[in-house]
Design a protein around this ligand. Structure first.
Ligand code: GLU
Length: 306
């Protein structure tokens, strides 16, 4: 159940600094900003730098977001600086006996027979209820592999429901998801929940490749006693073949477009057209003129001149 906020909450954009933002990323960022500003919410930026970091990428992303007209409240948060809060959340779950060590390799998980009625790809439960002796064996094996055991959630639900602005009521699988990886890095699903709540984020706008993660995240929030946010997942940007847009698709970033003589305003105009708004030159114009109810529910096919 969502807890009704007493004050307008916040929206956010949370890029991974793994390269320049392409037009699909910028479109999602603009929509996150518009939805937040339109509802009187604050807007935060969080750099999700727990892995996949490319040198210099954070600065370039922030410059590009400013160039299309976004502003944000407060300091930019770096996820790598939030370790103590992430650990506190794991400790809280441990106190509820909801954490277990997992010694499985990725291959073992894929090859294990799945439990009846388990969603495809769900963790088969191998390490969930091991005896103390078996756990010792598992730890010894981890020492040989020079790895830490992963930490997983002992989940007592198999699905959870969230509300999405465009997709409506979405029910998705929840399994014994990873809380901390074998390399000691806290899992994305945990970090995102802890960091959103700490920033007062109650509106999560992002690309819809993460829609299936939302039920897991909302369930984690509930277990941690944190309010579950509302979601708004934006259809992905794709290339002419219908595949998710990527750097290899050519001149797809703001910087590429500028190198070809386009201005940031012209790039925003393209993004606006994909939303049915003609002549928008900045995020501000979209704030004034775009109606969220009209968002195309299919992927945005990005068709750019070379
Ligand atoms: N950092 C993720 C990405 O860049 C987004 C995570 C989120 O918005 O929850 O794909």
């Amino acid at each position: 159940m969502s807890t009704a906020p007493t004050t307008p909450g916040a929206g956010r954009y949370a890029p991974s600094p793994s390269g320049d933002l392409h037009l699909g990323n910028l479109r999602t960022a603009i929509l996150a900003w518009v939805l937040a500003r339109r509802t009187g919410r604050a807007f935060h930026l969080r750099v999700e730098d727990l892995d996949r970091v490319k040198e210099g990428s954070e600065q370039r992303q922030l410059e590009d977001l400013a160039a299309v007209g976004l502003d944000w409240d407060g300091e930019v948060v770096r996820q790598s600086g939030r370790g103590p809060a992430h650990q506190q959340a794991i400790t809280k779950l441990e106190a509820q006996d909801r954490v277990f060590e997992c010694y499985c390799t990725r291959r073992e998980i894929l090859e294990a027979p799945s439990a009846p009625h388990a969603p495809p790809g769900a963790y088969p439960g191998t390490c969930r209820d091991l005896s103390a002796a078996k756990r010792e064996q598992g730890r010894a094996r981890m020492r040989e592999l020079r790895r830490e055991p992963a930490l997983r959630l002992r989940s007592d639900v198999t699905s959870w429901q969230v509300q999405d602005l465009w997709a409506g009521e979405v029910t998705g699988a929840v399994d014994d998801l990873v809380l901390q990886r074998g390399d000691g890095v806290v899992a994305y699903n945990l970090a995102v929940v802890v960091d959103d709540a700490a920033a007062g984020v109650d509106q999560v706008v992002r690309a819809d490749d993460l829609l299936s993660s939302a039920p897991r995240q909302a369930h984690l929030a509930q277990l941690l006693g944190l309010p579950e946010p509302g979601y708004a997942h934006v259809p992905l940007a794709v290339n002419a073949h219908g595949t998710r847009l990527a750097k290899r698709d050519g001149a797809v970033t703001l910087r590429d477009r500028r190198d070809r003589g386009e201005t940031a305003e012209e790039v925003v105009e393209r993004i606006g057209r994909s939303l049915g708004v003609v002549g928008a030159r900045s995020a501000r114009d979209l704030l004034d003129r775009w109606d969220p109810a009209t968002l195309p529910r299919h992927p945005w096919t990005v068709d750019l001149p070379d």
